[in-house]
Design a protein. Structure first.
Length: 202
């Protein structure tokens, strides 16, 4: 793997981790322990393309760079005073196995997310997901300029004869993101979505 590929992989990982940290902060309201499933789902949607790129190359994900530095061996205290010494090859292999474990967990989570999202691809509201979160056009192709603003969404969907107002686009977004959250997070998200919709309807 080239240095450029390694750097790209590291950039993707850091982007995902940073998004997760930011999402975690947003996912909680002032009520301790209450999860905002809508915000959590938004974080997943915003970073879906980054996650897709991250799990697309298992070899790059599991690449291990080991720098021995001043020590040739890793020592681990054992019972009865014995010390276990590991060669560089053994250390690298353990690191690679840990990376492979992480990859499988990440890939499994991504596949589950993809299945949930795919359930909504035929819904009229999904076009807003493409434009607002995925940086795609209404047909699912990469959109010039990346993700769209609400003004751009309203204009593009109006030109396509799909809808006319920003208010409608936002309402579609709220509905489909809440529905996706139920599929991803289960019953707690359903209760949260129902509470939100009840408040909106008042």
């Amino acid at each position: 793997m080239t240095k450029k590929q390694t750097e790209l992989s590291e950039e993707l990982r850091e982007a995902v981790f940073e998004a997760a940290r930011a999402g975690a902060a947003e996912a909680y309201t002032q009520n301790t322990g209450y999860v905002n499933y809508f915000k959590a789902m938004e974080t997943l949607l915003y970073n879906y393309k980054k996650l897709a790129a991250l799990v697309a190359d298992e070899e790059a994900y599991c690449e291990v760079e080991y720098h021995a530095g001043r020590k040739t061996f890793s020592t681990t205290p054992q019972a009865k005073g014995f010390i276990q010494r590991k060669t560089e090859a053994e250390i690298v292999e353990e690191m690679r196995e840990e990376k492979q474990k992480q990859f499988k967990e990440t890939k499994s989570g991504f596949d589950s997310l993809t299945r949930a999202i795919s359930l909504f691809e035929g819904h009229k509201e999904f076009v807003v997901i493409r434009l607002y979160y995925f940086g795609e056009d209404i047909n699912g192709n990469p959109r010039e300029g990346g993700t769209a603003t609400w003004e751009e969404i309203a204009e593009e969907l109006s030109d396509a004869g799909i809808l006319k107002e920003i208010k409608t686009a936002r309402r579609w977004r709220n509905k489909i993101v809440n529905d996706m959250a139920v599929c991803v997070f289960g019953i707690p998200a359903a209760v949260s979505a129902a509470t939100y919709r009840k408040a909106v309807d008042k």
